[in-house]
Design a protein around this ligand. Structure first.
Ligand SMILES: Nc1ncnc2c1ncn2[C@@H]1O[C@H](COP(=O)(O)OP(=O)(O)OP(=O)(O)O)[C@@H](O)[C@H]1O
Ligand SMILES: [Mg+2]
Length: 420
């Protein structure tokens, strides 16, 4: 394959005498593939009989993003013999009596901590370094005691206060490190069509990060791409066959003191229609006179909301922490799916659907629409290096997240064929 200028800089980097290389930036920009190649070539050119670590977020992702592509590279196969032992996760590369071993570790796999504590390394490659616990990264670096060892990092940007940015990107000189910043233009393997698909896949803060490669925190509104015209529909705009030709799900965010929310969601295979909502807010005195409901009462409300016509039977996707309510629904013969509560994944995906105008909300869902307009990033958490929404007025958006994360296939929000 032909390389871009940025990628060639990665191939030349081992001869610059620096101790660490950091490649950060946009998704799919050609960081991991060229770093893994350069890493193996450097290791084979400089050492024999040594051990190296190839680390991913998990062993599985390291195998998918690093090992499998390496094993497929014709250039390496011509010049080296490579053997990967799948059970012990060790890649052995050799040429003419000179061999090195590359151990695969997962920063988020518990067992990797104990394994990596015992080894002495001549180099570490940390792919997706910003997604690993700091303690794992530091443990891996501490194992690099062989003379001439080097550290290789790749990552996508995160919040500006992230420990990796503060400890490494802002201290390049102190760490004797080189930083190379990548965008999709640095990957000659991406067609214009593929680049366009990735640009469409991300919106808001995720676009600034994963497409422009900026270390940036979400500020203010989370769904700033939500358009009260394009994402809202009235009775007249409702597709005629909606209840019949679409699959229906009721999404639920559970609360007793906090509001309890149901969303009636239809998916026609192209667009997701949030057609109605129900909420019970014990603190909204006009509605509830301050009364909290029991699980039995909520289950009654669920069945009323679902309506009498059981031919439109539909599953319930429920707040995964609401164990007793899920039990109660199951007792009423409702098919219950615990919602997937990966917050940032859910927000990223929901944002992409709003952006593409394939997620629409009926104007009568005033609670949900109102909350979408006040669903904001938590600045205090961002200042401490983590990212999450402010936990208030988030009940409708939470139910929507559970639905998007749990019920839609990845291609619907454009992530098919991606590792994230
Ligand atoms: N020079 C090249 N020529 C052809 N294809 C390339 C080239 N560089 C990278 N690719 C391909 O582009 C895809 C993305 O590359 P890679 O995985 O290295 O990107 P990345 O920056 O690590 O992405 P992410 O941030 O999503 O992990 C891979 O399929 C890879 O094989
Ligand atoms: Mg990568």
């Amino acid at each position: 394959m032909g390389f871009s200028e940025k990628q060639r800089a990665v191939l030349r980097w081992p001869y610059t005498g620096k101790s660490a290389l950091i490649c950060d930036g946009a998704v799919r920009s050609g960081k991991t593939s060229v770093m893994s190649l350069s890493f193996v070539l450097w290791a084979m050119g400089s050492f024999r009989g040594q051990s190296f670590a190839l680390c991913g977020k998990t062993v599985g992702s390291a195998e998918r993003n690093v090992i499998t592509p390496l094993l497929g590279l014709a250039y390496l196969r011509e010049h080296f013999s490579m053997e990967y032992a799948r059970s012990s996760h060790v890649l052995t590369v050799s040429r003419g009596g000179r061999a090195n071993r590359f151990y695969v570790f997962g920063g988020r796999d518990e067992s990797s901590y104990t394994l990596i504590q015992g080894v002495t390394l001549a180099g570490v490659l940390l792919d997706e370094a910003a997604l690993m616990p700091r303690s794992f990264v530091e443990q891996a670096l501490a194992r690099c005691s062989v003379e001439g060892s080097k550290l290789w990092f790749s990552c996508n940007p995160d919040v500006p206060e992230h420990w990796f940015r503060k400890e490494w990107l802002l201290k390049l000189e102190e760490k004797d490190a080189t930083r190379l910043h990548f965008t999709m233009e640095d990957n000659p393997g991406l067609s214009e069509a593929v680049k366009a698909r990735y640009r469409k896949m991300y919106a808001g803060v995720f676009k600034r990060r994963y497409i422009h490669g900026e270390w940036t925190a979400g500020d203010g509104l989370i769904y700033d791409m939500f358009d009260p015209e394009a994402n809202v529909y009235r009775d007249g705009d409702r597709p005629q066959g909606l209840p019949y030709l679409a699959s229906r799900t009721i999404a639920c965010d559970y609360g007793t003191v906090n509001p309890f929310v149901l969303l009636d969601v239809y998916d026609d295979g192209e667009t997701v229609w949030v057609d109605n909502e129900y909420r019970w807010d014990s603190r909204d005195l006009d509605q509830s006179q301050g009364r909290q409901k029991t699980d039995q009462e909520y289950a009654d409300d669920f069945l009323t909301f679902q309506g009498p016509n059981q031919q439109f039977w539909c599953p319930a996707v429920v707040d995964p922490s609401a164990a007793s309510f899920m039990e109660e629904l199951r007792r009423r013969q409702v098919y219950v799916i615990p919602g997937d509560n990966s917050v940032l994944d859910g927000i990223r995906r929901t944002g992409a659907l709003f952006q593409r105008r394939i997620l629409k909300i009926h104007e009568r869902c005033t609670g949900l629409i109102g909350e979408l307009g006040s669903y904001v990033w938590d600045n205090k958490a961002a200042a401490a290096g983590t990212e999450r929404p402010v936990k208030s007025l988030d009940h409708g958006p939470d139910a929507l997240r559970y639905y998007v994360n749990t019920c839609l296939p990845k291609w619907r929000y454009g992530e098919e064929g991606t590792a994230k």
